[in-house]
Design a protein around this ligand. Structure first.
Ligand SMILES: [Fe+2]
Length: 168
């Protein structure tokens, strides 16, 4: 029962985050770095609670179902996105051609990640109602706290990720 509510909340933010990531990537590709920085400021605020929820609540479930290797990749992609966002917000402008190319690469990873990340919530459908309610509560708490993405501790890096679990 709580899944519908959880999905509503999650997917609404997910759309905001994905749209902004795509717009940042587009602006950077067009060399409009100032425009990208403006969108990045919005993204930082919007994405924080969403990412926090994914890392603390969703990905542990994903790890259980799809294997730790798969989940580790998701954390690593978040780290790439967070690093790129920090750089875009903090590095001195104008960026060198080389830095711009690197940032474009990193935001590309983030955009692709976001596209696949949205479907992962379906892993929560089978969970007991009580657990779903707890998850919804956690999502709301993160939203209330409103920690920007760049202020979240970076997700752990795993040097040798485990292989994915074999398909069931
Ligand atoms: Fe994600």
């Amino acid at each position: 029962m709580h899944y519908a509510e959880l999905a509503d909340e999650f997917l609404k933010d997910h759309r905001h985050v994905t749209r902004r990531l795509s717009r940042i990537l587009r602006s950077l590709k067009q060399g409009e770095v100032e425009g990208a920085v403006e969108i990045a400021k919005e993204l930082d605020t919007l994405a924080g609670p969403h990412i926090q929820f994914e890392e603390a609540v969703l990905y542990p479930e994903v790890a259980r179902i799809r294997g730790r290797g798969y989940a580790q990749r998701l954390y690593r992609e978040h780290r790439i996105g967070q690093t790129a966002l920090r750089a875009l917000l903090n590095e001195k402008q104008p960026l060198s051609e080389e830095r711009l190319t690197e940032l474009i690469q990193q935001f590309k990873v983030a955009v692709e990640h976001a596209a696949s990340c949205g479907t992962l919530l379906s892993h929560l459908t089978e969970l007991p109602d009580l657990r779903q309610r707890e998850m919804l509560k956690m999502l709301n708490t993160f939203v209330e706290q409103g920690t920007p993405w760049t202020r979240l501790p970076p997700p752990p890096v795993v040097r040798n990720p485990e292989p994915d679990a074999p398909p069931e």
